[in-house]
Ligand binder design. Structure first.
Ligand SMILES: *Cc1c(COP(=O)(O)O)cnc(C)c1O
Length: 387
């Protein structure tokens, strides 16, 4: 059976050049980069190079990069680190209702420790109004956290403007930029961010590596204490394999990104127009203009997204219902609910996220299968028949 992977916002396959590149790090290049002898000296330049490669990808200096164990840790480090460092100044945080659980649940934890958090509404397209951010700021506010691109809908939020509002008010600004990397250009200075989270496995590097961008001169508390690694900001012997592969993935993206995204966006457009042609009562969720080139979030009215996901899996097509983080539960997505989409439309939402290994044939196959499956499931729905 054909297998089609349409869930790149959950994770990506490792880029085919990476296993070849990383092989020496499993044998010869095993040293601890803190060691003064040859074994340490052998690996040190690769760590430095990786730091420069990821810095170049987001237009930062290499001294502003802290390697972490992934996007979740970067979000925790940014939010808790800033909140703890500034708790003498104030204990109020502003975020949105559509953040990733790594941000939302970190904020909820801080609420249990005496911080207060404002969760801003978004509009029907998933956008936050920078004026709402301005109005939410109080004398107690120490941090604003708004994601760059939403993982479920692909909507791109106006963080440059929000960062400007934060800067004007003298409040730190963090952005979860995990989904933006490799899909849209990132210039951390131009975007007015002080802290930015990124993850390797969303950009064709392995799982378990991420970075936090920390603007030069900014001091926040550490979460992991121990040795002096990462300039004292994140202790523990470095994940060398994670670092060098993330660096390599960034180098590859720098050369492939523009062309790849154009190709992926073309496939996405073909898929959407094909589905619209063959299926009625279909809703595109998210902003139709301000969005990532690879993501589609579509509600197929009268169909439960879980049944749709299972039926598509039977046909070899991997998609996601809501976000991977909340699957296993049949709760409607907090992102779509936050956008004011009625629960019954949320319940029928499917996320299709394309990537670099998808082909025209994948789209043809999906256009063969999806309308069929939706039609069959609708035939079983009492609501669809009774219309
Ligand atoms: C995947 C993801 C994360 C978590 O990153 P991990 O490396 O899996 O911990 C955080 N935020 C967003 C928006 C994501 O898509």
């Amino acid at each position: 059976m054909r297998r089609v992977y349409f869930d790149h916002n959950a994770t990506t396959p490792i880029h085919p050049d990476i296993p070849v590149f990383v092989k020496p790090f499993f044998r010869e290049l095993f040293g601890n980069p803190s060691s003064l002898h040859w074994a340490g000296r052998d690996v040190r330049p690769y760590v430095d190079e990786a730091r420069e490669q990821v810095a170049a990808m987001i237009k930062a200096n290499s001294g502003e990069i802290v390697f972490t164990a992934g996007g979740t840790e970067a979000d925790n480090q940014a939010i808790k680190g800033a909140a703890y460092a500034l708790s003498g100044k104030g204990r109020h945080i502003i975020t949105t209702k559509v953040e990733h659980p790594a941000v939302l649940n970190t904020c909820r934890y801080l609420e249990s420790k005496g911080f207060s958090v404002t969760y801003l509404d978004v509009n029907r397209n998933g956008l936050v109004d920078p004026d709402d951010v301005r109005r939410a700021i109080t004398r107690e506010t120490v941090l604003i956290s708004v994601m760059y691109a939403n993982n479920e809908t692909g909507t791109v939020l106006p963080i440059k403007e929000i960062g400007g509002v934060a800067r004007e008010a003298g409040v730190l600004f963090h952005s979860d930029m995990v989904q933006a990397m490799g899909k849209i250009d990132i210039d951390v200075r131009e975007l007015n961010v002080d802290l930015g989270s990124f993850s390797g496995h969303k950009v064709y590097a392995p799982k378990g590596i991420g970075i936090l961008y920390v603007r030069e001169g900014l001091e926040i508390d550490s979460l992991i204490h121990g040795g002096h690694q990462e300039m004292g900001r994140r202790a523990g012997t470095e994940n060398i394999i994670g670092m060098v592969t993330f660096g390599k993935a960034c180098e590859i993206m720098m050369s492939e990104m523009a062309e790849e995204n154009e190709r992926i966006e073309f496939l996405r457009t073909r898929l959407l127009s094909g589905l619209e042609e063959k299926i009625d009562d279909l809703h595109l969720n998210g902003d139709p203009e301000r969005r990532l080139p690879n993501t589609l979030n579509i509600s197929f009215e009268f169909v439960e997204s879980e049944s749709l996901l299972i039926s598509l899996d039977f046909a070899g097509i991997a998609v996601s219902a809501g976000s991977a983080c909340s699957s296993g539960s049949t709760e409607p997505s907090h992102v779509l609910l936050g956008m004011g989409i009625p629960p019954e439309i949320c319940q029928s939402a499917l996320r299709i996220s394309l990537g670099r290994e998808n082909t025209e044939e994948d789209i043809d196959y999906a256009l063969d299968i999806i309308p069929d499956v939706v039609g069959r499931l609708r035939e079983m729905s009492p609501f669809y028949k009774r219309r």
